[in-house]
Design a protein around this ligand. Structure first.
Ligand SMILES: Nc1nc2c(c(=O)[nH]1)N[C@H]1C(S)=C(S)[C@@H](COP(=O)(O)O)O[C@H]1N2
Ligand SMILES: [Mo]
Length: 317
């Protein structure tokens, strides 16, 4: 563990995350060594997380959502939906320790001129990592604000030269029941599948994320690479992607397979269309007490509404 004196820590580094880590590592150290008293009295802060490597050369982006408080790192990494590791919010953080996302490669196939299998490093290398602060709105009516680190999905997809027949892009999560205990149950059909229309995939707000808060993704967040589409319900943002296919027909998706009347293909955040079992008008921002109004397209309507011109959003949900 790295031990950093308070004087070595720049004020800019004292974010809710480093505060969280120092608190957590402090507790760990206290338990391991029984030196809680001396550590506390000398005021030593610990920083650094053994699991998540820091990412370098991250550029800020004009596409980031501004003016909203970030959800703290603790909540982002312990309150998760990742059914491959269980259905409770705390399960992914608890039960993803056996999952090994290194090395990793992604298979790209279908309607493109340059299909193939590409290693994660080669996939990322030509691109600049960007910080993208986005709201994440789960269909269950809670939300967070997450500082993702990622690459525009369209920039990556273009390298494979999709053909004119590529009307949709299909994504698949890895299937590894030995490392993913939830995949030994039948709560969903595995592997988890998702998809986008090609113009949605090419929209500049759509990213593939490899990190958050300046560090690589932890397993529970979808290591090593996951989709983030901020104007759609969270379940579209498929985690731990191993396969990307350019296809002509609208692809199957995990939640649409499981309950087609509840989860459509588009899944755009829409406060005017209630889930059959609950209202979508409001949401609970994790860390806040009062509920917020849910915004059309999760507040990204100015950027994305034109993608759906002429579509009945209540029917084609
Ligand atoms: N493979 C896979 N991807 C997934 C899920 C899942 O269960 N499996 N859950 C989805 C849901 S419902 C949400 S809300 C987001 C949650 O992302 P987070 O845990 O990083 O907040 O991941 C999505 N991606
Ligand atoms: Mo979700």
């Amino acid at each position: 563990m790295l031990i950093t004196k308070p004087s070595d820590i720049k004020p800019s580094e004292i974010t809710s995350k480093s505060v969280y880590l120092s608190r957590r590592n402090f507790l760990k150290t206290s338990i391991n060594t029984g030196i809680a008293g001396s550590v506390a009295s000398s005021g030593i802060l610990m920083s650094g997380n053994a699991q998540a490597a820091k990412l370098d050369n991250i550029q800020k982006s004009p596409y980031s959502t501004i003016g909203e408080d970030l959800t703290d790192y603790d909540s982002i990494t312990t309150y998760n939906n990742f059914y491959e590791f269980g259905t409770n919010k705390e399960d992914p953080a608890k039960y993803s320790g056996q999952f090994n996302p290194k090395p990793w490669s992604i298979q790209v196939d279908g309607e493109c001129n340059k299909p193939g299998e590409i290693g994660l490093e080669d996939l990322i290398k030509p691109h600049t990592l960007e910080e993208r602060i986005y709201r994440l709105r789960c269909v269950e009516a809670w939300s967070m604000v997450i500082p993702w680190v990622g690459i525009p999905l369209g920039d990556i997809l273009k390298r494979f030269e999709p053909t004119a027949n590529a009307k949709y892009v299909a994504f698949s999560t890895i299937f590894r029941p030995d490392e993913m205990p939830g995949q030994r149950s039948r709560v969903l059909r595995w592997p988890y599948l998702e998809g986008l229309r090609i113009d949605e995939a090419m929209h500049p707000l759509s990213i593939l994320s490899v990190g958050l808060y300046g560090e690589e993704l932890l397993n529970q967040s979808g290591a090593p690479i996951r989709l983030v589409v901020p104007w759609k319900y969270g379940y579209k943002s498929i985690k731990s992607i191993v396969k990307i296919s350019f296809v002509e027909k609208q692809p199957r998706t995990a939640w649409n397979d499981s309950a087609p009347n509840e989860y459509g293909f588009y899944s755009n955040v829409n406060p005017n269309r209630n889930h059959p079992r609950w209202s979508q008008k409001k949401e609970r921002r994790i860390g806040e007490f009062l509920k917020r109004e849910t915004l059309m397209f999760n507040g990204y309507a100015n950027q994305v509404a034109s993608l759906y011109e002429g579509m009945n959003l209540l029917k084609n949900h």
